[in-house]
Write a protein that binds this ligand. Structure first.
Ligand code: WQD
Length: 331
């Protein structure tokens, strides 16, 4: 059985669909701090399969231990954690306590029950502002906000755990910019309040709940002056997790993997693609840069192909089409 922490979240729920479709037995732990209970039944509807669910916080050691007492957990995919960059700057202690302490409790409990295989939800944010692109896994790591620092610290914690006990098998998955939604339109990205990220914001402009997109700067050293990122379909990303589970089940060690397409698109490229996918005009205005943003960030995904046998399949058009389909069905 695979335990999925944060399995009701955006990437977690899509990964649970792929795991169930691949024939895995799963259990989900989620406290709904950034997700909704109705996602669980949507996962069941999409896959036609059931799974165990524990509504609990990873900070509750007794609840976490109960899961390992009641089930034979072979490996863990660890998504649960706070992930808003801006919020992490304003409440750093909450981010460090929640993200780090919960991971320590999870790993201590895993070790106690002899479960030493984990796939960790990391982020390209650990690369900071890279000197060059595309980015390889051996690039230097640096972070500029508490959220990114928690990802970097957890990578370090897991690396030290392997050094202390070579029986561990650990995959650190560094996501680039996950967007899109399952083709059914039943699950997707539906952040509470005003979206921080580009595509959910564009989706709200396209559907009319927000008036205009603020483009954070058009004076970057990129092909059209706006920020370039490696957008990856959330279903491609989720399939990468299934491959990582297969990898950690077969070998020990600790390895980082970029989960990106290897192609960078600018903000205005995405606006154009979304207009084509939705048939809607996206009103936008150029505003000041957002503090902390970098000009360009996209992956060299070769290691993931070579070692996980994984490659992203969906293009930007499909990402926007699936995002729009979900938005229309859930607005
Ligand atoms: C993308 C581009 C913005 C919103 C963040 C986190 C990262 C990861 C993914 C968790 C940038 C521009 C955005 C808007 C805009 N999250 N933009 N107007 O910043 O690359 O990455 O989400 O792991 O850790 O840092 O994603 O979608 O916020 O921005 O112009 O209203 O869109 O400047 O160039 P980002 P994003």
């Amino acid at each position: 059985m695979i335990l999925v922490t944060g399995g009701a979240g955006f990437i977690g729920s899509h990964t649970c669909v792929e795991l169930l479709d691949a024939g895995y037995e799963i259990a989900i732990i989620d406290n709904f701090s950034n997700s909704r209970p109705d996602v669980l039944d949507k996962i069941r509807t999409i896959t036609g399969k059931d799974f165990k669910f524990y509504e609990a916080d990873l900070l509750d050691r007794d609840k976490v231990e109960l899961i390992f007492k009641e089930n034979k957990i072979d490996s863990v995919i660890h998504f649960a954690g706070f992930k808003a960059v801006g919020e992490s700057v304003s409440i750093p202690l909450k981010y460090y306590h929640n993200n780090i302490t919960s991971t320590l409790i999870l790993c201590e409990t895993m070790a106690k029950y002899g479960c030493k295989k984990i796939v960790f939800s990391s982020s390209a944010t650990v690369y900071g502002d890279p000197a060059t692109v595309p980015i390889k896994e051996d690039f230097p790591l640096s972070t500029t906000n508490p959220y990114g620092a928690t990802k970097h610290m957890i990578e370090r914690i897991l690396t030290d755990l392997y050094v202390s006990d070579n029986e561990w098998s650990i995959a650190l998955l560094r996501y680039f910019n996950p967007i899109g939604a399952h083709e059914s339109g039943l699950i997707g990205e539906n952040p509470n309040g005003i979206p921080n990220n580009l595509v959910p914001y564009i989706a709200r402009v396209a559907v009319g709940t927000l008036d205009v997109l603020n483009v954070f700067g058009d004076d970057y050293n990129t092909h059209d002056g706006t920020g370039v990122r490696d957008y990856i379909h959330v279903v491609d990303l989720s399939k990468g997790h299934v491959k990582a589970v297969e990898k950690v089940s077969k070998s020990t060690g600790v390895e980082a993997y970029n989960l990106g397409t290897g192609t960078g698109y600018s903000v205005l490229d995405v606006v154009k693609a979304y207009e084509k996918a939705s048939g809607k005009k996206i009103n936008y205005k150029i505003t000041d840069r957002r503090p902390g943003d970098i000009a360009m960030c996209y992956a060299d995904p070769a290691k993931s192909l070579n070692e996980l046998g994984w490659k992203a399949e969906f293009d930007l058009e499909r990402m926007c089409k699936d995002s729009w389909n979900f938005t229309v069905k859930n607005s």
